[in-house]
Every structure is written in structure tokens, then in C-alpha cells.
Design a protein around this ligand. Structure first.
Ligand SMILES: Nc1ncnc2c1ncn2[C@@H]1O[C@H](COP(=O)(O)OP(=O)(O)OP(=O)(O)O)[C@@H](O)[C@H]1O
Length: 257
């Protein structure tokens, strides 16, 4: 039985000068699944992510999130609407501790507001304590609780990636969008990442994953879409997609296969 649709995207077009980077791209992600977006270099994956998360304005496109129309405008609006993302190149606050990085993510959802923060009312202090606790819990959840007080830049690469995921989860997203989370990871880190993403899905969250590591995507995703030259060339289960002639053709001779 199919689950409710969390994200529905239709007819996305995006042109850069003479280059049609996205052509009528659409996807539907069900609640609680890991959905993959793959494709050879330059296929348009990151452009799609940037459109979805408000970094690029599409030339056209319709978006529904959690059953309501969703307009990916400014980045902070996207976070409020319920999409949190990580980036291909890690973007942490390098001089802040791991704990502080997660707290920053949580502030998207705080209620006390600026006046509360300035006058440090009792409500603000209570909220701040709750945020501190939640940040600690999230660091434990992603498996780096013991590094809470380490400066982000001093964490290992794999741990920085986990910290990014914790920070994204702190916004309590409906959809967690991960842009190449396994990039640069060694084999052990990849196995651990896979277990973490599995756990996040088992806890009911929905994940959209761009990933170059085809093995990881095929092993982890419920369904996926393949882009090539800005167009959707296949959508389906890992098994169906792997046997799709258009996909085999697109990947022939590329390092991603
Ligand atoms: N800001 C931009 N200005 C002009 N062209 C762009 C811009 N961003 C992306 N492109 C072009 O759009 C196409 C799609 O790029 P995109 O980065 O989305 O692909 P990708 O599938 O994410 O590739 P990769 O796997 O290499 O990251 C490429 O031809 C790229 O050169």
C-alpha cells in the first residue's frame, strides 16, 4: 500500500543562459522513504536541490509539501516550511563547537523572539535550556555525543558530516535533503553513514539523497530518479532503475558506474 506523498514537484525548468539545466523535472516522495536522485556529472542534481531549497529561482515548477502548496523562495523560508539540507561542501560554523552548531539549527524553531533573547526572560531561559538538551540528544543520536565540546573544524571528516545531519535534524524537518553525504568518506565511514540514514528513516523521517556512490544509493533508497542532461530518464525501485536501458546508456563510460 502506498503511503501519503510528502513532496510533489512538477514541471521544473531552469535555464542558465543557453543551457537548459532542468527540463520538466518532477518527482514524488512518499512519507518515510529514502528517495535517491542520481545521474552523471552535470546532470542537474545540484541545480534541482538548489531550486528545491530556495537558492535558485526556477523558470517554472509546481511544489507541494505535506499536502500544501510550497514556494521555495528564501532559504530561511524553506527551513520554516520543513525542508533542511546539507551541502556537497561541508558548511559548518568551523569556530563553534559541535553543540553550538546544532543549537544554531534549532533556533529556526524558537518562539521567544528577539525581545526575549535581549531581556532574557524566564521563558527564554527555559527555551534555551531545552535547546541545549535537544542539541546534546541529537549529537548522541548521530553518534558524536562525546565530541559535543570539540570545535567543529577539529572533528574528523565523517564526524563533520554527521554534525551537519544533526544540525539539519534540529530544525525538525519534514524532509531531510542530503547533497552527497558520502563524498570523501572512507569505506568504514560509508557503512556507518548508511546505518545512520537507515535509523533516521526507521524513526519515520523522509530523506532525499543526491549521491554519487551508486552502490550506497541502490542499497539504501526505496525509490529513485535518474537525471541525465537535465531530464528525468528513469524513476522507480533500485532494481528497476538498474535494469533500465536508458540508465545503463547514460552511465556507460562514466566513473560513477
Ligand atoms: N550557477 C550556474 N550557472 C551556470 N551554469 C550552471 C550553474 N549551476 C550549474 N550549472 C550548469 O548546469 C548543469 C547542471 O549542473 P549541476 O551542478 O546541477 O549537475 P550535477 O548533476 O549536480 O553534477 P555533479 O554530479 O557534477 O555535481 C551543468 O552543465 C552546470 O555546468
Amino acid at each position: 500500500m502506498s503511503k501519503p506523498i510528502l513532496l510533489s514537484v512538477k514541471g521544473v525548468n531552469k535555464r542558465f543562459g543557453g543551457l537548459q539545466a532542468l527540463s520538466e523535472v518532477g518527482i514524488e516522495i512518499e512519507q518515510g522513504e529514502i528517495y535517491g536522485l542520481i545521474g552523471p556529472n552535470g546532470a542537474g542534481k545540484t541545480t534541482f536541490f538548489n531550486v528545491l531549497t530556495g537558492l535558485y529561482t526556477p523558470d517554472s515548477g509546481e511544489f507541494m509539501l505535506g499536502g500544501a502548496p510550497y514556494k521555495p523562495t528564501a532559504v530561511h523560508e524553506v527551513a520554516k516550511a520543513g525542508i533542511a539540507r546539507t551541502f556537497q561542501n561541508i558548511r559548518l560554523f568551523g569556530d563553534m563547537t559541535a553543540h553550538e552548531n546544532v543549537m544554531v539549527g534549532r533556533h529556526v524553531r524558537t518562539k521567544a523572539g528577539v525581545l526575549g533573547a535581549v531581556f532574557r526572560t524566564r521563558a527564554t531561559l527555559r527555551e534555551e535550556e531545552a535547546i541545549e538538551d535537544m542539541a546534546h540528544d541529537l549529537l548522541e543520536y548521530v553518534g558524536i555525543g562525546q565530541y559535543a565540546n570539540f570545535t567543529a573544524r577539529n572533528l574528523s571528516y565523517g564526524h563533520q558530516r554527521r554534525l551537519e545531519i544533526a544540525r539539519a535534524l534540529a530544525t525538525e524537518p519534514k524532509l531531510l535533503a542530503l547533497d552527497e553525504p558520502a563524498a570523501g568518506m572512507n569505506a568504514t565511514e560509508k557503512v556507518e553513514l548508511r546505518a545512520l540514514l537507515d535509523k533516521i528513516r526507521n524513526d519515520g523521517r523522509t530523506i532525499l539523497l543526491i549521491e554519487h556512490d551508486v552502490k550506497l544509493v541502490m542499497g539504501l533508497c526505496n525509490r529513485l530518479t535518474v537525471l541525465d542532461y537535465g531530464k528525468v530518464i528513469a524513476t522507480g525501485s533500485p532494481h528497476d532503475v538498474q535494469h533500465n536501458p536508458a540508465v545503463i546508456e547514460a552511465y556507460l563510460g562514466t566513473s560513477a558506474h
